[in-house]
Design a protein around this ligand. Structure first.
Ligand SMILES: Nc1ncnc2c1ncn2[C@@H]1O[C@H](COP(=O)(O)OP(=O)(O)OP(=O)(O)O)[C@@H](O)[C@H]1O
Length: 287
């Protein structure tokens, strides 16, 4: 019997040779200098890296908010490289959702949590899921669903914004710093909601974060960006390093930049021969 032929599946997000140059006061600033990234359907990818590395710019290009200077960008079947306004609207209505860093921009404050989820384009968006189902996925309690958004906690607002985005059944959810300014319990609630959206609805998630514990909680593929380039990748909030011939473990400046002085790290054997996983220990108590 001959082996079945399997067609390679196109990534749901494909970025090739992405360059983004901003002009500030007549000077050129290269925010992205040739980024290649492929994300499979159903994956969770977390973008980490120092301030100014280009993370938000990459997310903004993927969201169709910033037209790329050069390179190819495909998201959920839409070519965003040279897309017109109408094509970008179509992409955002069918397949792509963006959770902004300031989630108040995703929500109307004087409507209730439930009304915010019911809002939108129920007839335009094929496959839109029921508001109650979206609220169940993110785990907002029944009593909070009827409260005005301005009256609920920052964490509930963030969960409501996630519910509003997943209600449009996006294939790809882009999130900029979804857990910033929240305490550890709230961070756990947000990562649990994103994990459930991924597992129950199959939503592919790409999130920018400064918090490697978020990557660990999401069991995400971690993509480190520095100076507008992808520097390294690892799974589950860990950094994988190869043991040298002489048995030493190279902790390069690139790696150490992610583990500031005072950070407790542990080294455990990696999945591949001659590799170690460098893991940051979780901080205790509220952030
Ligand atoms: N709209 C803009 N106009 C001009 N320069 C910009 C613009 N947005 C970003 N930049 C510059 O591009 C570079 C990358 O910025 P970006 O915000 O993408 O980095 P980041 O990794 O998201 O940083 P942070 O973690 O601080 O948000 C920086 O040098 C920044 O100053």
């Amino acid at each position: 019997m001959s082996a079945p032929i399997t067609e390679p599946v196109a990534p749901i997000v494909g970025v090739e040779g992405l360059v983004q140059i901003y002009t500030v006061d007549g000077r050129s600033v290269a925010a992205l200098s040739g980024v290649n990234l492929a994300v499979r359907e159903g994956e969770i990818v977390v973008l980490v890296g120092p301030s100014g590395a280009g993370k938000s710019t990459l997310l903004s290009v993927l969201a169709g908010l910033t037209p790329p200077t050069a390179g190819r960008v495909r998201v959920a079947g839409h070519d965003l490289s040279n897309a017109t306004g109408t094509e970008l609207d179509l992409a955002r209505g069918t397949g792509l959702a963006v959770l902004l860093q300031d989630v108040r921009k995703n929500l109307l404050p004087y409507l209730t949590v439930r009304q915010n989820i019911e809002l939108g384009w129920p007839k335009r968006v094929a496959g839109r899921i029921d508001a109650e189902a979206a609220l169940d996925v993110v785990g907002i309690s029944a009593e909070l669903r009827d409260q005005a958004v301005h009256a609920v906690s920052a964490a509930t607002r963030q969960l409501a914004a996630i519910a509003a985005t997943i209600a449009t059944s996006p294939s790809v959810l882009l999130a900029d710093e979804p857990t910033s300014n929240l305490n550890r319990d709230d961070v756990r609630a947000i990562t649990a909601a994103l994990s459930r959206a991924n597992q129950q609805l199959g939503t592919t998630i790409i999130a920018v974060t400064h918090d490697l514990d978020v990557a660990t909680a999401l069991k995400a593929r971690v993509v480190t960006i520095r100076d507008g380039r992808i520097r390294m990748e690892a799974q589950g909030g860990n950094t994988q390093v190869f043991v040298r011939e002489d048995g030493s473990v190279p902790l390069t400046d690139d790696i150490l930049a992610d583990f500031p002085p005072g950070t407790v790290v542990s080294l455990t054997a990696g999945p591949d021969p001659h590799t170690f996983i460098v893991r940051r220990s979780a901080p205790e108590g509220p952030a």
